[in-house]
Structures are given as structure tokens and as C-alpha cells.
Design a protein around this ligand. Structure first.
Ligand SMILES: Cc1cc2nc3c(=O)[nH]c(=O)nc-3n(C[C@H](O)[C@H](O)[C@H](O)COP(=O)(O)OP(=O)(O)OC[C@H]3O[C@@H](n4cnc5c(N)ncnc54)[C@H](O)[C@@H]3O)c2cc1C
Length: 383
């Protein structure tokens, strides 16, 4: 049985960032990813928005790690040539009732330290995005977008460069805790193997509850998969669809899981990167519309009962009145790892086996926060 120092479970943005942060010369660090491609679950199926930290007042860890992660991610992208853009974001209210939320977001921004967030007039919004029609709005200049696939690839290359053994198509099927560490059972293309490891990082996203339970059967976290579906449109189709590259969000909308109220970020408009002549990535003509928020019963169910055009049309028509349902084309979907209840990120040593760190409920803003989460985990392990 091979003996290693650290095993990271999960090859999404968070697992890869943690693996890079913990990699040390002379120490064996293995990362296990069950899928053939890295980042094929939440990390590659999101809006790619670099959040500023406007929504997390009641969630201290999300708030702290989002704000820290925001500037770390911009710096990382700049240094490593990962496509990103400081698009800025408008949150728009369409009536007086929704307008109250704008004040709340501005308070939240003061509380979290999100930079430059302020009210702007409908005329200001129209001067930037002429097809957006609003009652009132705020601007968040430090919101942006990153090309998630390029970010994942870059994290992988850095991790491998630091000596991390990245093992794709390798599923962790069992964990036995005890003694000085853990025995990790893996299955790779039908072949079973075991490793012993001193430290174990559970960054398994949608499956982090199941991995936490393998580590310690007393762990009773429950992840509810909440599907986010996207449609898209081509902003060059008609002049009423043209956009100038901002993110445009409605105020949050409530939805319920088992009677518990949650606030969805709302079906929003996000620009997507395209390749310019010469190979440079620029903001293109495609605009993503979504995501929806609906609990589903299976963690890997991305397609059953997908919503139709009408749902996305209804989501944006009040603030983007030039759109027609038939402009919208179906795009991808992703399931969020939502912890049951309405909770903050959980990032802590296992209550019984302190060599393990569980990361559970790493939903949005987990992509934004990934580099800050990695530093947070490193600090936990050095304490
Ligand atoms: C629809 C949607 C929109 C979002 N929008 C944004 C956004 O705009 N901005 C933002 O900051 N965040 C956003 N998020 C959240 C963000 O995508 C996640 O928080 C982040 O990607 C989490 O990364 P992760 O590495 O923890 O999880 P994941 O990317 O889910 O990675 C976990 C990995 O663990 C692997 N794994 C699981 N079990 C095992 C096992 N037994 N053995 C081996 N491997 C295993 C999985 O295959 C998976 O690849 C969004 C998420 C969704 C779904």
C-alpha cells in the first residue's frame, strides 16, 4: 500500500487550488478526481462571475472568502494569462418594492468591503447598456467574469508543476480513519487500490456529504443538488439585443426547499468570451441567460425536465424588454452543492479525525473564493 502525505478529493477549482497551496517539495500530494476531465461539475458549469461580495451578510465565511478571493482571482488571472474582464455589474430593480433591495445590497457592500458599490440612475444604466430598462439600480465595479475552463486548466498545470499527482478517472470509494491517518480506497477504470495518507481534504463538491460520512459516520451533512439551467442569445441578432459587456442582474428572488426559504441570485445576463482574430479572448456576442434555481433529486441529473424558453424570457423581460422568447436557445446546466438549510460554507477539521478537513456546501461564490479558500485550508492545517 502506497503511503502519501496528503490526499485531496475533488478536481474542481477548490480542490485544485488547495492542492497547489499545500504542495511542498519532498511531500507526496495526490488529487483524486472521479471524472475523466477536471472541473466537469460545479466548477465548469457556472456563470463564471467574479463576485464582489454583495449577498453574504449573514454568511461570514462566504463574505470573507468572496471579498479576499475576488482580488486574488483578478491577480491570478493577470499573472497567468487566464481570460477575465472587469465587466462591472448592475443590479436592477423594476419597481418600488424591489428598490428596497438596492439599499440592502449597498449596506451589505459597506459591511463586506466590496469596492465602489453605489446607486446609479436609470439614465446612467442606459448610457452604458441602452437596452436595459430599470426603475432603479446599483453598480458594482469590482464584479467581473473569468473563463472558468481556462482557470481550471491553469490551476491544473500549476498543481502538476508543483509536483501534485493529479489522478483523473479515479473515484474514492472508501475511507477508513484511524491510527495516524486514513486508508483511502480508490477505483480507477475497474482497478482498485489503497493509499494511506496523513492528511485528507474533502473538496468533493456535490458529494462532499458522502465523503464526510466515509471519513466519520457521525457526520450528517446533507447536500441538496440545486440545478441552475442556462439559455443564451446572440446579441448581434437585432439592435434591441445589443449589449456593451456589463453583467446585469435582477434583485434576488425567493425559492423554497423543503419549506426553507432561500434567495436565488436571479436569472441574469452574463457576457461570454469569444476568440478575436489573432487568438486574443474578448467579450463576444453571446449572452448567457440564467441560472434557474430548482432542487433536483439526483446529483448528476442535469437534463430531466429542463425549463423552456418562457421561463428565461419571464426572468429578464422586465429589465431587458427587447428580448423575445424565440431569441433564446438552450445552453448548459450545472448543479449547485447546497447544504440543507440555509447555511454558510463549512470548512473545518473533522470533529473526530483532525487530519481531515471537510469543505461542505461550497456553492456560489465558490469559484470566486477558490484561491482564498485554499489559503484558509492551509491556515487550518498549520494551526
Ligand atoms: C449554476 C451555477 C452557477 C454558479 N455561478 C457562480 C458564479 O458565477 N461565481 C462563483 O463564484 N461561483 C459560482 N457557482 C459556484 C461555483 O461553481 C462552485 O462554488 C465551485 O465551482 C465549487 O468548486 P469545488 O471544487 O468545490 O466543486 P466541484 O467543481 O463540484 O468539484 C468537486 C469535484 O469532486 C469530484 N468528486 C466528487 N466525489 C468524488 C469521489 N468520490 N472521488 C473522486 N472525486 C470526486 C467531482 O467529480 C468534482 O469534479 C455556481 C455554481 C453553479 C452550479
Amino acid at each position: 500500500m502506497e503511503k502519501i502525505d496528503t490526499a485531496v478529493i475533488g478536481g474542481g477549482a477548490v480542490g485544485l487550488a488547495i492542492a497547489s497551496a499545500l504542495a511542498e517539495k519532498g511531500k507526496d500530494l495526490f488529487l483524486f478526481e472521479k471524472n475523466p476531465y477536471l472541473g466537469d461539475e460545479q466548477s465548469g458549469r457556472n456563470s463564471g462571475v467574479i463576485h464582489a461580495g454583495l449577498y453574504y451578510r449573514d454568511y461570514p465565511l462566504k463574505k470573507k472568502l468572496c471579498v479576499e478571493g475576488n482580488s486574488m482571482l483578478y491577480a491570478f488571472c493577470e499573472k497567468n494569462n487566464v481570460p477575465f474582464s472587469r465587466t462591472g455589474k448592475f443590479i436592477v430593480a423594476v419597481n418600488a418594492e424591489e428598490d428596497k433591495m438596492i439599499d440592502r445590497y449597498i449596506d451589505n457592500a459597506c459591511d463586506s468591503g466590496a469596492e465602489g458599490v453605489k446607486r446609479v440612475s436609470p439614465e446612467y444604466v442606459r448610457a452604458k447598456e441602452p437596452n436595459v430598462n430599470v426603475y432603479s439600480a446599483l453598480i458594482s465595479p469590482s464584479t467581473g467574469i473569468v473563463e472558468a475552463a481556462a482557470y481550471i486548466k491553469c490551476l491544473e498545470l500549476i498543481a502538476r508543476g508543483k509536483g501534485v499527482e493529479v489522478m483523473a478517472s479515479t473515484k474514492v470509494t472508501g475511507i477508513t480513519a484511524g491510527g495516524a491517518g486514513f486508508i483511502v480506497e480508490i477505483e480507477e477504470k475497474g482497478r482498485k487500490e489503497e493509499f494511506t495518507t496523513e492528511k485528507l481534504i474533502n473538496s468533493a463538491g456535490l458529494y462532499s456529504d458522502e465523503i464526510a460520512n466515509m471519513i466519520n459516520s457521525e457526520n450528517a451533512y446533507e447536500i441538496i443538488p440545486v440545478r441552475g439551467e442556462y439559455y443564451c442569445f446572440d446579441s448581434s441578432l437585432r439592435s434591441e439585443l445589443a449589449m456593451n459587456g456589463a453583467n446585469v442582474y435582477p434583485v434576488q428572488k425567493p425559492y423554497f426547499i423543503d419549506g426553507v426559504r432561500h434567495l436565488a441570485i436571479g436569472i441574469h445576463l452574463t457576457p461570454v468570451f469569444d476568440i478575436a482574430p489573432g487568438g486574443r479572448k474578448i467579450i463576444g456576442k453571446k449572452i448567457l441567460v440564467g441560472p434557474t434555481s430548482r432542487a433536483v433529486s439526483e446529483k448528476d441529473d442535469l437534463e430531466k425536465g429542463r425549463s423552456g424558453q418562457e421561463c428565461f424570457y419571464e426572468g429578464v423581460r422586465e429589465f431587458f424588454p427587447g428580448i423575445k422568447a424565440e431569441d433564446l436557445k438552450m445552453d448548459y446546466a450545472g448543479n449547485r452543492a447546497k447544504l440543507k438549510g440555509d447555511k454558510d460554507f463549512i470548512i473545518e477539521r473533522d470533529s473526530r479525525y483532525s487530519g481531515a478537513v471537510n469543505l461542505v456546501g461550497i456553492e456560489s461564490p465558490g469559484l470566486t473564493a477558490s484561491l482564498a479558500i485554499a489559503e484558509f485550508v492551509k491556515n487550518i492545517l498549520t494551526k
